[in-house]
Structures are given as structure tokens and as C-alpha cells.
Ligand binder design. Sequence first.
Ligand code: FPP
Length: 238
Amino acid sequence: MGMKTPAGENGSIPRHISIIMDGNGRWAQRRGLPRSAGHKAGAETFRRIARYCKDLGVEYLTVYAFSTENWKRPAEEVGTIMGLLEKYLLDSIAEMEEDRIRLRFFGDLSALSPRLQELIARTAEIAGRLPGCFQANVCLNYGGRDEIVRAARALAESGEEWSEENFERHLDSAGIPDPELIIRPGGEYRVSNFLLWQSAYAEYVFSPKLWPDFQTEDIDDAIARYRTRDRRFGGVQT
Ligand code: FPP
């Protein structure tokens, strides 16, 4: 341990933070509320934390909103999450330019409703007019393995040479630096099929707090913990 790394490495703010937004259901159940109330609170927390990361100077924030496995949940719960996403998309379409927040989506979007796909296409168009702005990536119908298979298929079809560089250009995260810090609230110690390729050298910070209870101070705390880590990328300390 030691805080001797120079700025620009992990002495400074990470360029890319990723979050597994876990614990919405338990947060609601503990209050005697339906799980959907937990997702609603979780969506509010996302807004708050995204703005805070932007203000800190983080360039990219990637959040796990819906996995390829989440379709197994009761239809009502899936419907609530999709409804919250639609509302978030509509608000973003209205506010993205003023807020200077680029919104992007990772995952197999072809399985989403035509309505959501249309709204996503509209946000992509607006994002194209905001180069260099803070970018929030929302993972939807996303699975790390699914992303890798889709990229592998695209690389094979392209006929390009099989290299890490060429492979990365077919991932949903093409052109975005890997996250230096991945935060998982909710008390579980799992990766849950999130950013399997991109997390190769990420530092993980786990928190027992449930996502709707997550505060800006918890982001400060996660960054402080990240800064104490000795990142060697397979090398030795010099
Ligand atoms: C995990 O908690 C959370 C989800 C599966 C859904 C996350 C969705 C949102 C926060 C709402 C929409 C997002 C945006 C970006 C507007 P869980 O339900 O697995 O919690 P539990 O482990 O306590 O059951």
C-alpha cells in the first residue's frame, strides 16, 4: 500500500468508472415496497451519480442496467425497468445538449422494443453532436460473453487479422478506454458477466451499501480506495 503513484496514473481521477447497480430489490423489500420502487430509486441514484462523476472530471461512466439474464424476472418487474429507461431516454433527449452529457448504449439492442430502439437512435444522433463531452454508457440486454461472441463474429466476417486491437474495434466499447475502477454496491463479490474483456486490469471496489442508498461520498470513497492500489499491469514495482 502507499499513495506514491504520480498523477495521470492512479494518483488522479479515473478516466472511466463502471458500476454494477445492485441492491434495488432488497432496498425496496426492506421498506415494505414493491421491487419496482427500488428500481425507481436506483434510476434517481444513477442520475445523481452520473452528474457527480461528470463534475469530478471523469470522462466515461458505464452502468449495468439490464443483463441478458434479467429477462427471467417477472414480466411486471421487466416492464418497470423498461418504463424507467424510456422515461430516462425521453428526459435525456430533451436535456443532453444543455447538460453536455453524451448517452450511449451497450448490449444487444435488437431485442428491445421498437419504441426503445427508436429513442436510442435519437440519443445517438444527439450524442454525435457532443464530441468530447462526458459520456454515460448504459448496458442494456448486455452480457460480457454475448458482447465477446458478437465481436468475434464481426471480426471473422470482416476478414481482418485476429489481433487484440482489431477485436476491440468490434466490441460495444470500441474507442473507449478500459475502466480503471469498477464499483459494485449491494454486498455481493461477483463480476456477473459485466465488461469481461474490458475489466482485464480494472481495480474493483465492493460496498455493502445498496445502490439506491449510494451517495456521492461513496464515489469519493471508492476513488480514494482505488488510489491506494498498486497497479502493476503484470509488471513489477519500479
Ligand atoms: C439490480 O438490482 C438492478 C437492476 C437489475 C436494474 C437496474 C435498473 C435501474 C437502476 C433503472 C433503470 C436505469 C437507468 C439507467 C435509468 P436487483 O434488482 O438485482 O437488486 P437485489 O439484488 O436487491 O434484488
